[in-house]
Design a protein around this ligand. Structure first.
Ligand code: CU
Length: 205
């Protein structure tokens, strides 16, 4: 979309919302709203306003965005892509010590089937789907995202407690959906050994 179209769309939206607000004011002034009810309506609107402001400020100043933002990838040729080629899947550590986990979701599994990661360490998961819409959720952690075909879903998280966790698909993807899972072993930081392969051909380090 070019800048002019965007500008005219924004102006149109602004005028429309103004008109709707005036309509709303005219209609609500005609009906009786109890003072207490008015108070609660105001509080609710203020809470919504506060939430929207926090989300906007986080997105603009802290770069906090939805996991599947705008990084696109061709789902049909993942095996040919440099970053998500089979050899590059799993856990990798770059020379600055950043742990990145690349995984592919496809009916009905996550690849690789099992990974070892360190506890109490920042982990960057990069997910792609090879076919349809999937989701991934690691119970008892905040790792949960949709994996939309054609996009890279990136989630950065830290898992504090060592243990065995399942990785489950939480978007219905077909008849085998309930069998779609992998395992993740979270190992105490001091016992974890970085995998030998640390170089990613292409892709982000
Ligand atoms: Cu599924």
């Amino acid at each position: 979309m070019d800048t002019e179209t965007l500008k005219s769309k924004c102006t149109h939206l602004w005028r429309e919302s103004g008109r709707l607000w005036l309509d709303f004011r005219t209609q609500t002034s005609a009906i009786h709203v109890d003072a207490l009810e008015r108070k609660w309506i105001t509080i609710s609107l203020l809470v919504i306003g506060l939430m929207v402001t926090i989300i906007t400020l986080d997105a603009l100043f802290d770069g906090i965005n939805p996991p599947s933002k705008v990084e696109t990838i061709d789902s049909a040729s993942l095996h040919l892509s440099e970053e998500f080629a089979e050899d590059n899947l799993g856990v990798q550590v770059d020379d600055k010590g950043k742990v990145t986990i690349r995984m592919v979701a496809g009916r009905y599994s996550f690849f690789p089937k099992h990974i070892d990661v360190p506890a109490e360490t920042q982990l960057t998961f990069r997910w792609v789907s090879m076919d349809v819409l999937h989701g991934v959720h690691i119970p008892m952690t905040n790792m949960s995202t949709m994996i939309v075909p054609g996009y890279v879903a990136e989630v950065t998280t830290t898992i504090p407690k060592p243990g065995e966790y399942p990785m489950l698909c939480n978007e219905y993807c077909g008849l085998g959906h309930n069998h779609m899972w992998s395992n993740i072993s979270v190992i105490a930081k001091e016992d974890w050994q970085a995998p030998a392969k640390t170089l990613v051909k292409g892709g982000k380090p």
